[in-house]
Design a protein around this ligand. Sequence first.
Ligand code: HEM
Length: 177
Amino acid sequence: MIPPIAGSIHVGGCANVPARFSRPQAVRAQRADKGGRMLWVKAFHIVAVVCWFAAIFYLPRLFVYHAMAEDQISRDRFVIMERKLLNGIGTPSAIATVVLGLWLISFNGSYYMSSGWMHAKLGLVLLLLIYHGICYRFFFDFRAGRNQRTHVFFRYFNELPVLLLIAIVILVVVRPF
Ligand code: HEM
């Protein structure tokens, strides 16, 4: 464990890396500090995030085509595709993202919990989870044959997670506050 050093910077999640370290040195110091475990958890956190977003970008796209479908065979096929995407990829990777993210926080809880960027990130993740829940609601509407929304509505709905993704990545990488 590297002891706290005045004027240290937070590089890659390690709270006590001296400011004079270059990023590779900081990563090496972090490896020595945490036995490399945190980097492994972070790698899988990012993999889970990518899978979650793959699902969350594609699902509303399916809703667009589903809302435009005119025959029952196509509608039934969209219901199957949406169910598999949500239950097979979207929700498991959302859970993995949150679990691995909380695990990352546990490596250095006092630092993360006193950082403004992390509070903002968690707020945006909450919005993302609400978006995920709304996707379920729309899916249930489609499955029950009671969707009233147009394909134009779903085209706009599709853009919201793009904004959340940009904001969250800027927060975790730039850490502006
Ligand atoms: C409850 C959910 C989440 C928690 C608790 C969480 C927590 C964390 C923590 C503690 C780190 C380590 C930061 C560091 O390197 O010091 C991290 C890294 C990261 N997180 Fe999350 N996260 C969550 C969800 C997300 C989501 C939804 C995204 C993407 C939209 C995301 C993207 C990233 C990225 C890209 C990194 C790597 C940052 C870097 O190394 O520069 N996280 N996360």
